[in-house]
Design a protein around this ligand. Sequence first.
Ligand code: A5A
Length: 473
Amino acid sequence: MALPAKETFSEWFHELIQAAEILDIRYPVKGLYVWLPFGFKLRQLVYGKLREIMDRDHNEVYFPALIPETELGKESEHIKGFEGEVYWITHGGLDPLDVKLALRPTSETAMYPMFKLWIRTHADLPLRVYQIVNVFRYETKHTRPLIRLREITSFKEAHTAHRNQKEAEEQVEKAIGYYKEFYDFIAIPYFVIHRPDWDKFPGAVYTIAFDTIMPDGRSLQIGTVHNLGENFARTFDIKYEGFDGNHYYVHQTCYGISERCIAALIAIHGDDLGLVLPFDVAPIQIVLIPVLYKDKEKEVLDFCKEVVERIKRFRYVLDLGEERPGAKYYKWELKGVPIRFEIGPKEAENRNIVVSFRDERKKFSVPLEEISEERIRSWGEEMRNRLRNRAVEFIKGKLKFARSLSEIEEYAKSSVVLLYLCKEKSCGEQVENRGGKLLGWLKELPNFLNFEMEGECIVCGGKGTLAVASRSY
Ligand code: A5A
């Protein structure tokens, strides 16, 4: 069955994740889904990059999934932000529990009581840990596979503690750098945005978010970096002894990414035929399709073996199935395989291969001896660049610059709106009242935009910074 066209984004996405065997969405609990083997492999490959980045200067840990009510409730802003989203465990078997247990919605209040025990002196700092776990949030907005889950299965959360504000600030900058590297790797363009105060993470001093634009023009928050200041340290009494023998509160940060990164990957790069996966994260990187005719089978298959010798370091499939070549092309296009080799009698005779790339779908011939690991890697790299450029062009086409509040209202219906805005709450509210959501102020100009960062506030005419408003997920 053919996919709906990508223009009908919501249906296309819904059908694609099933047809490409990413998820089985029939699990009988709302907001919970099953990862299928192909989807899980994609998840492992994408998260492998995240892990590689984290492992450079974080230690991986695992904290329990259950948090006592007494801990979860300690930091007042934090619990205010999450109380409507917590799943509670009230019984063990038939016995009511003395202290209710929360299924972690995020792990600050699981980790920080232990940080208090771990951190003694300045020598214990900085502390940088991360875990990749499931978290549960009783979301009341419309749930969607990979985008808005009640069980987030792939929550990468990092938590750090530092001696002072300056070191925590530096960690925020580093974390932004990690996430840029990650999203550049999967060719997803993003905005780095300072969230308004009223939209920051509960308990944070401030929040920096990564937002991308989905094919329907709505923004998706694909990661956040929070500076927690001393807020949690004061609540959980996390102190260290300084060089001078005095005791000081630590300064903390945390930052997280969920499987929304995979939603963005599928949504932004995919097309009417299915997934389009960057070479490095594709579960199958190369598919070889022999085109078999009677009497020539042996030549073709022998030549295929020679080709396989040259690509065996990659994740490849030699498709010897019974289907016709056309059906095989269709099947592997749906799965987003970046590179396809077609090999028929003519190719076997001339010792060359018909190559095509999933994103371009143009065919060209390459002599066997030119198929090397290096050549294939450079094809992968070129494809990543094409995917990134295409995604950037799409985003640029979705942007509109507004000069007045009425323009915001007009543009926000179908575009992502750029505007200049000051930091006054009343000015921000005026923008939010015009449709869309104020994502916040750009922390830095994306390299694909050519704009002044400062200008007159669209509401009061005061000193404004480039801001973004959009309909969002
Ligand atoms: N402890 C910090 C890191 C934290 O929890 N931050 S957060 O609440 O902003 O979540 C981190 C990221 O998880 C978000 O930026 C968003 O991309 C993703 N996320 C949040 N809720 C989600 C949900 N219900 N389904 C899928 N992803 C979600």
